[in-house]
Write a protein that binds this ligand. Structure first.
Ligand SMILES: *[C@@H]1O[C@H](CO)[C@@H](O)[C@H](O)[C@H]1NC(C)=O
Length: 309
């Protein structure tokens, strides 16, 4: 790497705004200046069986962080599994990979990130978070599953409170642990309560009950964090909020952010995009998204302009 390029890359390692962030109507804002901050987060999976963010056996951590930044992202959404913090915190990286017989990945870690191998999983995570932060990249820590595994299916036991792996108390314990570990890391700007609530157990009453508890747990540990909240049915559906808004009185500052997910294959619609006239399909799905989640961005002066390409 030439010195000039080094200077160029280092210039990414600073934020154009200050932290913490808050929500204001449909916008995320810099608390201090009141300027809008637009999060462009790359999702980086850390919730799978090895419980280490993926890819560290392939490339050095700082190289990946640099790459994320040069691609134009200002944020990483780092996903985590509850059990990693509540049950396996003291397991070392090499132990975790060894138990899964990932011998090739262990050699990869030896060459690319040798310093992580002997750390326990939580300390390895801290090292990853610190390095991402050093590159001027903000982070959202996303509770993705309880049992470390691929996500998501209706019957995977991770989908809703009371699922085989989804004990609400252990979930709250995990949120508190993570919020506390990173409470002095300003580049961690938010935590999401849980990815894509779903499945046969899902219901509106328990959504309100546990969303309030989860938000309170995070806010108590670190009142600076944005608290990012998923809807029902894989994060497609917030219609229930039209009748009963979520009231989180304990929060002094506005921190609630709703996340909605939409894939081309949602709701068995994977084929409609190629089968129907595109304008019509796009129109119908836009209306559906509006009805289920888009209405949430109408609190401000401006309205959302859905874009169909
Ligand atoms: C990790 O080890 C410490 C010290 O022995 C212990 O207090 C803690 O409960 C352990 N954590 C987990 C998740 O096993």
């Amino acid at each position: 790497m030439t010195p000039i390029l080094t200077i160029f890359l280092l210039s990414f390692a600073s934020l154009s705004h200050s932290l913490p962030l808050s929500a204001n109507s449909r916008w995320i804002m810099d608390d201090q200046s009141g300027e809008r901050v637009k999060l462009a987060c790359a999702s980086w999976a850390g919730h799978l069986e090895p419980m280490l963010p993926e890819g560290l056996d392939r490339r050095p951590l700082s190289q990946i962080a640099t790459h994320v930044s040069t691609m134009g992202f200002n944020c990483v959404r780092l996903t985590w599994a509850t059990y990693m913090f509540t049950r396996y915190a003291n397991m070392t990286v090499v132990q975790s990979f060894g138990d899964l017989r990932l011998t090739e990945a262990i050699s990869g870690l030896v060459s690319n990130n040798p310093n992580l191998l002997s750390l326990n999983l939580v300390d390895a995570w801290k090292a990853v978070v610190e390095e991402i932060g050093r590159h001027g990249i903000m982070m959202v820590l996303d509770n993705h599953v309880s049992k470390p595994m691929w996500c998501c299916a209706d019957h995977d036991g991770n989908g809703f409170f009371g699922g085989v792996y989804f004990d609400p108390d252990e979930w709250l314990q995990g949120l508190a642990i993570v919020a506390n570990i990173f409470k002095d890391t300003p580049m961690v700007v938010g935590m999401s309560l849980r990815n894509e609530l779903r499945g046969p157990l899902q219901n509106v009453d328990e959504w309100y009950k546990y969303v309030e508890k989860g938000a309170k747990t995070i806010n108590t540990a670190n009142p600076n964090l944005l608290v990012i909240i998923s809807g029902l049915s894989y994060d497609l559906d917030f219609r229930f909020l039209k009748d009963t808004p979520l009231e989180l009185k304990m929060m002094k500052k506005k921190k609630v952010v709703y996340e909605a997910h939409r894939y081309s294959f949602n709701e068995g619609q994977s084929k409609v995009w190629v089968a129907g006239p595109l304008n019509k399909v796009c129109h119908e799905i836009t209306i559906e998204m509006e009805e289920k989640a888009g209405f949430l961005v109408r609190g401000g002066e401006r309205t959302m302009q859905p874009l169909c390409l």
